[in-house]
Design a protein around this ligand. Structure first.
Ligand code: ADP
Ligand code: LRH
Length: 489
């Protein structure tokens, strides 16, 4: 059985062809492309039509291999969206969630709907770029696209709409808007109305695994392909990544490690109490009505931006080279809280790291190796904190941590994470989101009975590397100091 998964991350997109025979999965990356945001007129956008073009290139690559899939599905980063007008045209180019137009908006929304109310209705963590605040920002700016809007579609929905002509949302990604009420099982009409947003923009919500149409005739004609069936995957990339965690049973803890680091556990019910609100944890919807009780950690974004900064200055480093420089630098020099608001916006990171160090009475890193070491150690230490909070909130203990995503190619980060948390890390698969996307397509086709059968096949088909913790006393001591420095109680 052949399925095609498109996984669009914040730094790159890829098309993976998956073949399933018996319980054996084989994947082949047939197309990979950068997903560079575009600055224009002082705003930051995704290049949505280029992404759609790349999706088509993926289909052509499958065709040229003589391996047309039975089904295809798309997952992507969360929260971003496009609005369609009366005749189905895209009204404006989607913003990048890191655009500055949401600055201060979250706090203004709380004046209309208090923070605790929003959490009680949605169970979603407060991130300034959530869809709810993006729409509120457009509303405050009287953006003309709102006057003409008829339909709201998130990024994978929009690309799926271009392919099929059909408009529908999808559960896992819909929850990330902070406008979906998991208890009611629908968009939260009251929340929308209180914010002056139109309930009618928000359409049907498909569950991951539901059929979502076929390639429309114009696409088939353009590419010379048949009317392939399109399935709704867990269209939030993190939702797909968690499907691919090769765990044999619950409970398990995961870290989806890419541009972002998403750490948490899979639950059957959302955890929406006061403690979850205070710790700013989220309950994103998952496959089969599950939830991802997790927390966003700023992740390798800081390293990506630092690399970009040096590149701009004419110093070009690959990721493996940066990791090697970090390894050669002295241990436990200085740390940042990666989730400090200073690190969210795009731009040069080394001045912000220096500034953080000044604020916290630390000597700033000097060399590239010291900067990278600071970023990576800080991430490992923050992982320990969030893992402890996940245990506390879910009243569970984890034997170890599953790591998936492109970030596991940073084996030093995996090693340090194991040492920081004092438990083994099981790393793999790296293409977690794409593989989870394929798995949901195969469940939809009846090839797997359920998610556990899919996870067992993933565990048997892809290598998992175990990293055992080392230097426990040194990391414990570092963790104590890190918590104090970052004000983590
Ligand atoms: P996203 O899906 O968010 O675009 P990925 O899952 O592709 O992100 O992960 C990208 C990250 O993986 C990069 O920021 C980089 O830090 C890390 N990475 C990728 N390749 C390597 C490598 N060869 N060595 C070390 N780290 C790597
Ligand atoms: C990771 C991710 C994450 C969201 C962020 C916007 O790619 O989907 O889960 O919080 O992007």
């Amino acid at each position: 059985m052949i399925a095609l998964a498109y996984d669009l991350g914040a730094s790159s997109g890829r098309a993976l062809l998956g073949r399933l025979s018996g319980n054996r999965i084989e994947v082949e990356e047939i197309h990979r492309f950068p997903n560079d945001p575009v600055q224009a007129g002082g705003r930051l956008y995704w290049d949505i039509l280029r992404l759609y073009h790349e999706i088509k290139q993926g289909l052509l690559a499958a065709k040229h291999r003589g391996a047309l899939p039975q089904t295809l599905a798309i997952d992507s980063w969360a929260v971003d969206f496009g609005l369609l007008g009366r005749s189905g045209e895209l009204l404006a180019n989607p913003y990048h969630y890191r655009d500055a137009h949401t600055e201060g908006v979250m706090e203004r929304v709380f004046e209309t709907v208090p923070r605790a109310d929003i959490f009680a209705r949605t169970g979603i963590q407060f991130l300034p770029f959530n869809t709810i605040y993006q729409l509120a920002a457009l509303k405050a700016a009287r953006a003309p696209q709102l006057d003409a809007a008829e339909h709201f579609l998130m990024i994978p929905d929009l690309l799926r709409y271009f392919l099929t002509g059909e408009r529908a949302s999808e559960f896992s990604n819909a929850t990330t808007t902070q406008l979906y009420n998991p208890l009611a099982g629908d968009w939260d009409g009251e929340l929308l109305t209180r914010l002056g947003l139109e309930r009618r923009w928000f359409g049907k919500v498909l569950q991951p695994g539901e059929r979502a149409g076929r390639l429309q005739p114009s696409v088939c004609e353009e590419l010379g392909v048949p009317a392939i069936e399109v399935v709704a995957a867990a269209e939030h990339d993190t939702g797909s990544a968690v499907v691919a965690v090769p765990a044999r049973q619950r409970p398990f803890a995961y870290l989806s490690c890419g541009t972002w680091s998403l750490m948490g556990t899979e639950t059957e019910q959302p955890v929406m109490g006061e403690q979850a609100l205070a710790l700013n944890f989220t309950n994103e919807g998952g496959y089969g009505g599950t939830y991802r009780l997790l927390k966003n950690i700023m992740g390798l974004w800081i390293l990506q931006e630092t690399r970009r900064e040096w590149e701009k200055q004419g110093q070009s480093y690959g990721f493996p080279e940066l990791v090697a420089l970090a390894e050669q630098s002295p241990a436990f020099g200085v740390w940042i809280d990666p989730d400090d608001a200073a690190f969210l916006a795009p731009g040069d990171m080394t001045p912000r790291i220096r500034d953080y160090c000044a604020r916290t009475g630390q000597r700033a890193p000097q060399t590239p190796g010291e900067f990278v070491r600071c970023i990576m150690e800080s991430l490992a230490l923050k992982y320990r904190y969030v893992l402890e909070m996940t245990e506390r909130l879910s009243a569970q203990r984890f034997e170890g941590l599953h790591m998936v995503g492109g970030g596991i190619q940073n084996t030093l980060l995996c090693r340090w994470t194991a040492s920081a948390i004092g438990k083994p890390v099981w790393a793999g698969p790296a293409e977690g989101s794409a593989i989870g996307n394929l798995a949901v397509q195969w469940i939809a086709q009846g090839a797997f009975a359920d998610i556990w059968e899919a996870r067992a096949a993933i565990a048997d088909s892809f290598p998992v590397t175990t990293y055992e913790p080392r230097d426990g006393a040194a990391w414990n001591e570092a963790y104590g100091r890190f918590r104090e420095l970052a004000g983590l109680g």
